[in-house]
Design a binder for this molecule. Structure first.
Ligand code: CDP
Length: 227
């Protein structure tokens, strides 16, 4: 089967990464969670007590940041490594979530990461999820998907995810974070979240993860048969 590039964009918390990860393992593709890269930079900024409002300072620190992914042998998940340390657990908390959209709006942060993402895409057989994958990172991706879901469905899933990690939260905080990020991500000047013209929309409000995965796999099969 010919290998292709699959781009998944969409709103916060609608299951892009979970779907992409499962699809990748079923069809033996590389999965890259581009959001994890923005989250890791945000974690670095917070850990080093750099003001999240000081973009000049943040830009200066980029040269000190090295990101990579490694497969966790137990879970088989591709996890993010920040300067040699696995930070997959740390980047999912609310503190990072509440600051990431500000950091990801900085032009230089975006070009720093987009370059690395495009490098990873040189080998076909990749599925990447984010906000600008089909529009900026891989405008020629063979399959582009735009995922969305109701705010209620997204909040319920995120609450479940955080509960499993033992984080304390309120439903109100989660909804506020999802709505704020959607707003910031969609209205920012640099590469705002928007549906690529040729993207297929999948609304996951009423879908199980398995159904989401099946839908994407069906698209991949149709596409690769026609190549
Ligand atoms: O998993 P969730 O949908 O909550 O978000 P994520 O994919 O982990 O992305 C976290 C944040 O990173 C987003 O809210 C965006 O601000 C930023 N991001 C971006 O700007 N561009 C991307 N390609 C991926 C993420």
């Amino acid at each position: 089967m010919k290998k292709i590039v699959i781009a998944i964009d969409g709103h916060a918390g609608c299951g892009k990464s979970t779907t992409a990860r499962l699809v990748a393992s079923k069809i033996n593709y590389l999965f890259v969670d581009s959001g994890a890269m923005y989250r890791a930079i945000t974690l670095y900024v917070l850990q080093n007590e750099i003001s999240t409002d000081n973009s000049n300072e943040i830009i200066k620190y980029l040269e000190n940041i090295t990101l990579s992914f490694e497969i966790n042998p137990e879970t088989r998940k591709n996890e993010i490594i920040l300067n040699g340390k696995n930070v997959e657990g740390e980047i999912r908390g609310l503190r990072v979530s509440n600051n990431v959209s500000k950091i990801s709006a900085i032009k230089e942060v975006r070009s720093f990461l987009v370059k690395q993402q495009q490098e990873l895409g040189k080998q076909k057989g990749i599925i990447m999820d984010g906000r600008d994958i089909g529009t900026v990172v891989f405008p020629n991706a063979e399959i582009k998907i735009f995922m969305t879901a109701s705010i209620e469905a997204r909040a319920a899933r995120r609450i479940e995810e955080l509960k499993n990690k033992g984080e304390s939260f309120s439903e109100e905080d989660i909804i506020k974070n999802l709505e704020e990020r959607d707003h910031l991500d969609s209205t920012r000047k640099e590469s705002p979240l928007k549906k690529a013209e040729d993207a297929i929309v999948i609304d996951t409000s009423q879908l199980t993860i398995d159904q989401q995965v099946d839908k994407v796999i069906a698209l991949v099969e149709t596409k690769t048969e026609s190549l």
